[in-house]
Design a binder for this molecule. Structure first.
Ligand code: FES
Length: 95
């Protein structure tokens, strides 16, 4: 089973099954992992987390809340990010 694992640093907070139709922030919420949010449209950056491993699909045209430099540092936006296969997400953003 492909899984999404949510961490805070090294602490595992929760595990759920991958669902490529549902943004990561919603998958987290469904298992009681609370990721701060505001716009839920990729513009504010509040839901930014760090990708520890795997691949997260973001929109081709990046919204205001993230840019290529952030992505190079491992950042993802969980409100507009989707996982197609197993990923590990750290709630502490790379900033
Ligand atoms: S909640 Fe604003 S960018 Fe995700």
């Amino acid at each position: 089973m492909a899984t999404v694992r949510f961490y805070r640093g090294e602490l595992l907070l929760g595990v759920t099954e991958v669902n490529p139709e549902i943004p990561l922030i919603e998958l987290a919420e469904a298992i009681g992992v609370d990721i701060p949010r505001n716009c839920t449209s990729g513009n504010c950056g509040t839901c930014m987390c760090r990708l520890k491993s795997g691949e997260v699909i973001l929109p081709e045209i990046l919204p205001a809340g993230i840019d290529e430099d952030y992505i190079e540092d491992g950042a993802i936006l969980t409100c507009i990010g989707f996982a197609k296969d197993s990923v590990d997400i750290d709630l502490i953003p790379p900033l």
